[in-house]
Design a protein around this ligand. Structure first.
Ligand code: SAM
Length: 273
């Protein structure tokens, strides 16, 4: 868990609502960060009460993201990345992982939460390969039309879209399948879509966390089945080993082998032919 005071004593950030928890800040707290407020810690306590291994789940996701970004840049040759629902800067940011392989990789972070923009801008002040913009993943057209996105991402060349730990925050009514299809329609040949999500592998912890999200005022945290998640890759060729438990996707020596949340998180990458 994160720093116990977080941002409570820090100067106010414009547009940041302190009366409601935010997914980005709760996630930061669960990952051990410092960008959260009392309201976020209260909701996090309810998540931990429902599933004490909640931090492992977040770390399984970040570990997968690290391996997947490294693979996209090193093995697949990707040099431009659009990271949707990117979250607050944390240990091992996508641009830092990509730049370990090639410092010229361009990265655009997109998030709906104003705190992500504020902290991202501060972090990326002197980085001309990487930027952060505010956007809503439910409006894919607006994201792809954003001048800051088009300035860094050339959609006529191969690029990668990351949808890590974001589509499970959309309810069925918000139609995450249509969102994935809209992204896929934008991919040029040789581009990739990464999707990782909470997994409903038929165990009670999935339902307990889903309930804690709703009760805590965090909205949707929908655990979807394997079959539901496979639909996100419609129209794409799956990169080996396909849609798997996140920790089983090309594990390396830094991947946990005994994560207690192994069966609660799935991930995959699809390629546009
Ligand atoms: N992608 C990062 C990762 O996998 O570590 C962060 C995931 S975090 C759990 C989910 C992020 O999605 C939060 O930062 C939240 O603000 C953002 N988010 C939620 N709904 C969104 C939406 N409709 N459009 C864009 N971002 C959204």
């Amino acid at each position: 868990m994160g720093d116990s005071r977080g941002l409570d004593d820090a100067p106010a950030i414009p547009d940041v609502d302190l009366t409601r928890p935010s997914i980005a800040r709760v996630y930061d707290y669960v990952l051990g960060g410092k960008d959260h407020y009392e309201i976020d810690r209260r909701v996090s306590a309810a998540l931990f009460a429902a599933v004490p291994e909640t931090s492992d789940l977040a770390h399984d996701n970040r570990n997968h993201l690290r391996r997947a970004v490294t693979w996209l840049v090193r093995e697949a040759g990707i040099r431009q990345i659009l990271d949707l629902g990117s979250g607050l800067p944390t240990a091992g940011n996508v641009h830092e992982i990509a730049h370990e392989v090639d410092p010229s990789v361009r990265v655009v972070y997109v998030d709906i939460d104003p705190i992500v923009l504020a902290h991202g801008r501060a972090l990326l002040d002197d980085d001309d390969t990487t930027t952060v913009v505010t956007g809503d993943v439910r409006d894919v057209d607006a994201i792809f039309a954003d001048p800051e996105v088009t300035a860094l991402i050339d959609t006529t060349a191969p690029f990668a879209v990351l949808a890590a730990s974001i589509l499970h925050h959309l309810s069925d009514e918000e139609d995450p399948y249509a969102v994935a299809a809209a992204i896929t329609a934008r991919l040029s040949p040789g581009s990739y879509l990464l999707v990782s999500n909470f997994l409903d592998d038929d165990e009670p912890r999935a339902k307990a966390l889903e309930r804690a999200f709703l009760d805590g005022g965090l909205g949707t945290g929908r655990f979807r089945t394997w079959a539901e998640q496979q639909r996100f890759f419609a129209g794409l060729e799956m990169v080996e080993p396909g849609l798997t438990y996140a920790n089983d996707w090309r594990p390396d020596d830094r991947t946990p082998t005994d994560s207690p949340t192994h069966t609660l998180y799935a991930a995959g990458i699809g390629r546009k032919a």
